[in-house]
Design a protein around this ligand. Structure first.
Ligand code: SAM
Length: 224
């Protein structure tokens, strides 16, 4: 068994701990203190987040898509694959090192999606990106932390609370979709989405392609 090698570590802004980048052969892993946030071998549900969303976006040209956060870029790569040549995709990533690691260490694994001319990357909290603009996005894809039950960053709870969901609702164009990745189901969160007038569909996806691996949850919430 090839041992893990530590490549780098970085602070999470706001003094909320640090994340560690490790490598084992061709495999990369990003860890927080007690848990693995991302592993390059497992991205079936990250891909599905974009595939499910893009197949449902009503507007077929000039799509404006917001993704938070970048991680290893698999959701971004799938969104690029499933949207048009005239789409524009903004990625909001909180941790500067994650953007740098994509450029320097593992971007090739997802096909270097940051190099695509349709992509712009902003180093900021996606809650701010959402709050700043009204009626702008055809889709907002959220895969920050562990889902509505934030694990690594307490401040992320505000994205999934009532105010955060209302901000997302106003940031979407009519017919737009808010899509959220989660490691598990959360009935209170579904209830909050409905309270915010979203039409909500819940899909269970597997961590690996071909229906294998852990079960993850994706909410597809439409501003109708
Ligand atoms: C699980 S990873 C995303 C994986 C990604 N979907 C992929 O395909 O590789 C979560 C990412 O969200 C970022 N993040 C966490 N909180 C954030 C926030 N409030 N705003 C923007 N990015 C955030 C983390 O730094 C990390 O890069």
């Amino acid at each position: 068994m090839i041992p893990w090698e530590e490549i780098d570590r970085a602070e999470v802004p706001g003094g909320e701990g640090e994340i560690i980048l490790r490598k084992r052969g061709t495999e990369f892993s990003i860890r927080a203190a007690t848990t693995e946030l991302m592993n390059s071998r497992l991205h079936g549900s990250e891909d599905a987040l974009a595939e499910l969303t893009c197949s449902r976006i009503k507007r077929k040209s000039d799509q404006r898509i917001l993704i938070g956060g970048l991680g290893m870029g698999y959701t971004l790569a799938a969104a690029l694959q499933h949207s048009g040549d005239d789409s524009l995709i903004t990625v909001a990533e909180l941790i500067p090192a994650v953007i740098r690691w994509n450029r320097e260490h593992f971007g090739h694994l997802a096909g270097k999606p940051l190099d695509d001319g349709r992509v712009s990357i902003q180093q900021e909290d996606v809650a701010e990106t959402i709050r700043r603009k009204k009626s702008t996005w055809d889709a907002i894809l959220l895969d920050v932390d562990n889902g509505p039950d934030g694990l690594t960053r307490k401040a992320n709870d505000r994205i999934y609370g009532m105010n955060g969901l209302k901000n997302a609702f106003f940031a979407l164009r009519t017919g737009g979709m808010l899509s959220i990745w989660s490691s598990g189901v959360d009935e209170q969160f579904t209830h909050r989405l409905k309270q915010c007038q979203f039409q909500t569909e819940i899909v269970t996806v597997r961590a690996r392609k071909l229906g294998k691996g852990a079960r993850h949850t994706i909410w597809l919430a439409t501003k109708s």
